[in-house]
Design a binder for this molecule. Structure first.
Ligand SMILES: [Zn+2]
Length: 368
C-alpha cells in the first residue's frame, strides 16, 4: 500500500487487490473490511471494480483508495506524479491485526467488458477496409467537397487518417455477414479513434448532403424520421488523435472530430489536440508525462456541463486544468463552425490560452 497526496491535497491510498480483506462482489462493486482503519465489523470499503476507485464509508476513516491492478495506468500515473517510481506490484506493509478476518480471498475478476460478437466483427471489418477508405476519401468528389465546405484541407484530413466508405467498397468484403454489418457505415466519413484497447472509428453520415448545405441544414435533415444517425461509433471507440507516446506536456481536449480538424487546419500541432468524440474523459488514458489539460469544449449548455464534470475528474488525478470555450456570440458554439465562418480569427482565444499556458510553464521552470 502506498499513500500519496495529489497536487490538490487529495489523499489517496494506492492498494493492491490482495490488501482487500474478505472481499465480496456486489455487482460492479466489491465490498471489503477496511484494512486502513482496521474494521472487522462491516465491509465499509466499497471499490468500483471497473475504475478501481473506492471509498471507506466509516465516518472516522473515509479513506479514498485506488486498487492498482484494476486501474494500472492511473495507479502508475499517480505514483509517477508523486515521484515514486516503484512498480505497481504492491505488498501490504500494513501490520495485520490479530482479530482481523484471517481468510483473504482472491477476487474473481470479471474480464473487462468484452463487446458483443457483432461489434467485434464490425470493428474488424472496418479495420480491414482502412486503407481502401482512405483512398476513397481522395477519390470521392463529394467527400472532398464536404471537407472543403467545412474549411478542412484534404491534406489535413488525410494526415489524420480520415476515410470515406462508399457503398461500392463493401464488395471488397468476402462475407455477406460483414457486408451487412457495415451497411450502416456507408456514405460516412470515418475518423480513426484510439484507446489503450486498440483502434475504433466514429462515422459522420453524409446522407443526402449536397454542396452548399451547411452543417445545421444537414443536421436538421438527419434528424428527420427514418434518416440515419448523424454519428455512429464502434465499441470500443476511443479518442481522435490519441497517441499515448506523442502528446506534449500540455494537451488540448475538444469535443468533436471536426473541431480537431479545424484546429489542425489553423496550424496547431496534431499531437497537441485530441478530440474526445463526445464529452466523456478517461483520466487513466492520459499519459503520465502530461501535466496540463486545456479543455476547449463547446460553448453550449452540454459543453459547459461537461467542462465542470471533466475539471473535477482531471484534477482528481493531479492534472492542472485550464478552460477555453468559444465566446458567446453569434458565430457558433463550436470551433468547427466558427472556423468555417471566420477562419483564423475564430481560434484566437485558443491560441492565446495556449501561449498563456506556455509562458506560465516557462516562468515556473525559471522559478524552480
Ligand atoms: Zn476505513
Amino acid at each position: 500500500m502506498m499513500h500519496i497526496t495529489t497536487h490538490y491535497n487529495r489523499s489517496i491510498q494506492i492498494i493492491s487487490q490482495w490488501d482487500l480483506r474478505d472481499p465480496l462482489s456486489r455487482g460492479e462493486y466489491v465490498r471489503a473490511y477496511c484494512h486502513i482503519h482496521g474494521s472487522d465489523h462491516q465491509r465499509s470499503l466499497s471499490v468500483n471494480r471497473r475504475t478501481g476507485w473506492g471509498h471507506c464509508f466509516n465516518a472516522a476513516c473515509e479513506a479514498v483508495v485506488l486498487v492498482a491492478e484494476w486501474n494500472p495506468r492511473l495507479a502508475q500515473r499517480l505514483l509517477f506524479i508523486n515521484g515514486q517510481q516503484a512498480s505497481v506490484g504492491l505488498h501490504s506493509p500494513v501490520p495485520t491485526r490479530e482479530h482481523s478476518p484471517s481468510i483473504i480471498q482472491p477476487i474473481l475478476l470479471l474480464p473487462s467488458a468484452t463487446p458483443p460478437q457483432w461489434q467485434q466483427e464490425e470493428r474488424q471489418a472496418l479495420l480491414s477496409l482502412d486503407e481502401a477508405m482512405r483512398k476513397a476519401l481522395v477519390q470521392s468528389r463529394r467527400a472532398r467537397a464536404y471537407l472543403r465546405e467545412r474549411g478542412i484541407p484534404l491534406g489535413v484530413a488525410q494526415a489524420c487518417g480520415v476515410g470515406y466508405l462508399p457503398p461500392q467498397l463493401l464488395q471488397l468484403l468476402r462475407q455477406r455477414e460483414q457486408q451487412a454489418l457495415l451497411y450502416r457505415w456507408t456514405d460516412r466519413l470515418l475518423f480513426p479513434l484510439h484507446s489503450p484497447d486498440g483502434q475504433g472509428y466514429i462515422g459522420r453520415s453524409l446522407w443526402h448532403w449536397v454542396p452548399g448545405m451547411d452543417e445545421h441544414w444537414h443536421k436538421a435533415l438527419l434528424e428527420q424520421f427514418g434518416a440515419p444517425r448523424r454519428w455512429i461509433k464502434t465499441n470500443p471507440a476511443g479518442w481522435f488523435g490519441y497517441n499515448f507516446d506523442q502528446h506534449p506536456r500540455t494537451m488540448i481536449l475538444v469535443e468533436g472530430a471536426f473541431d480537431r480538424l479545424a484546429l489542425l487546419a489553423a496550424g496547431m500541432q496534431p499531437p497537441s489536440v485530441v478530440a474526445l468524440a463526445g464529452t466523456a474523459v478517461r483520466p487513466d488514458w492520459i499519459p503520465a508525462h502530461v501535466t496540463t489539460i486545456l479543455l476547449a469544449l463547446d460553448g453550449d449548455a452540454g459543453g459547459e456541463q461537461a467542462t465542470e464534470r471533466l475539471i473535477d475528474q482531471l484534477e482528481q488525478v493531479g492534472l492542472s486544468v485550464s478552460t477555453c470555450s468559444p465566446p458567446q456570440d453569434s458565430w457558433g458554439t463550436d470551433w468547427s463552425e466558427r472556423w468555417r465562418k471566420m477562419g483564423r480569427l475564430s481560434l484566437r482565444p485558443l491560441f492565446e490560452a495556449c501561449s498563456r499556458l506556455a509562458s506560465a510553464v516557462t516562468s515556473k521552470q525559471k522559478g524552480a
